[in-house]
Write a protein that binds this ligand. Structure first.
Ligand code: FA5
Length: 356
């Protein structure tokens, strides 16, 4: 290749690079192009090695031609690099300008606890102040603790009082929280003060006030010289404190094999103010607190001496109490995904979470 041909070859290389530059989209691609042209084995870079093929007298001129071309190509590459960097800086500045820190933030909707949980927590705090501890028992319960230990042998007609979900392993879904009574006596002995909130299950026809899954709170106090006036006083305090208003209660006899005597403490229906509605079955009263003095057979099952100790127990209908407190007329909404009871609870209390 003589000098003239070399000049043409260089002009072609330069023209190709210049034509290609506008389509180079970023600095990394530009570095690749630079290497392909100016690198040791690049189109221009490799020409340097051809110098020795020229007569010594021409070699200086050949070197100058090649280096001048490399300088022009380098300048074109630097120009494109500057343009690409400026475009990136402009895009970053535009993005920063689009962010307005003075705009109000997005407020996440705040969750809150279920009305039944809110009432349960309130009851737990009240009883903790009175020296009670909070116990739990299994929802899948031994037949023994759900029935026999509570003075309900297999042949006793009282078994039919609570329609039971029997499991194939001969256990039951507990129909009441009362099994925790004997479990707690065996665990701690006497004297004893516990409450046991939890879910209960009954194979029932569902209506406005009956669910097959609902909550109770068991209460048990065992000591020397415990009597019915202690129980009634505590029941009244409990209902007033939970409802946060004065409520009417009535006491009537009740039968449960595990208490003697047994009582039913009812509260005036808060849905209809005692006038009568589907929730209270038009009676104006709602049964919330069956209770009584613990039967000696139950104390014996718990290895507590009935000659030394006596006690009272109650089984508060927690779900129904939550309904009364928040004016929820139909129990079914509490186990559904319906948020209306939550909203009602919020309206009365503010965010329930904050009250805990
Ligand atoms: C009992 O379950 C006894 N274990 C209560 C007890 C404990 C008595 C200790 C004496 C001493 P009862 O079956 O009545 O009793 O249920 C107690 C409360 O649970 C009822 O007053 C009612 O408020 C609630 N309850 C009962 N069945 C349902 C149901 N299907 N749906 C919603 N609440 C119910």
């Amino acid at each position: 290749m003589d000098i003239e041909q070399l000049g043409q070859r260089i002009a072609e290389i330069e023209a190709a690079v210049v034509a290609r530059l506008p389509s180079v989209a970023n600095v990394d691609d530009l570095r690749r192009v630079e290497n392909e042209v100016l690198g040791k084995e690049g189109a221009l870079g490799a020409l340097i090695t051809t110098i020795k093929e020229y007569p010594p007298a021409q070699r200086g001129q050949v070197g100058q031609v090649i280096n001048a071309a490399k300088g022009r190509v380098k300048a074109a590459l630097d120009g494109r690099r500057a343009a690409l960097e400026a475009a990136v800086a402009d895009a970053e500045a535009a993005a920063a300008a689009a962010f307005d820190p003075t705009l109000p933030g997005y407020v996440e909707p705040m969750g809150s606890v279920h009305p039944v949980t809110a009432v349960q927590w309130r009851i737990e705090r009240l009883f903790e102040r009175l020296g009670f501890t909070v116990e739990a028992g299994p929802e899948m319960e031994e037949e023994y603790y759900n029935f026999e230990a509570l003075n309900i042998p297999a042949t006793h007609p009282a078994r039919d009082m609570q329609d039971t979900f029997w499991l194939t392993n001969r256990k039951v879904l507990r129909t009441q929280t009362s099994p925790v009574q004997v479990r707690a006596m065996l665990k701690y002995g006497a004297p004893l003060r516990i409450i046991a909130p939890g879910r209960c299950f009954r194979y029932e026809t569902i209506d406005a006030s009956h669910e097959n899954t609902f909550h109770q709170v068991e209460g048990l106090m065992i000591d020397r010289e415990i009597s019915i006036p202690n129980l009634i006083a505590l029941a009244h305090t409990l209902l007033r404190e939970v409802m946060e208003r004065d409520v009417k209660v009535r006491v009537r006899p009740g039968f449960f094999p595990f208490v003697e005597p047994g009582l039913e403490i009812d509260m005036n229906c808060q849905i209809c103010a005692g006038k009568g509605c589907p929730t209270c079955k038009q009676s104006g009263w709602i049964e919330v607190l069956p209770c009584g003095m613990v039967h000696p057979n139950v104390l014996l099952a718990g290895k507590v001496d009935p000659h030394e100790f006596s006690g009272f127990a109650f089984g508060l209908g927690l779900t129904r109490l939550a309904m009364m407190k928040y004016g929820i007329g139909d129990i079914r909404v509490l186990n559904s995904g319906d948020l209306r009871p939550i909203v009602a609870a919020r309206r009365l209390e503010g965010p329930v979470v904050a009250a805990v």
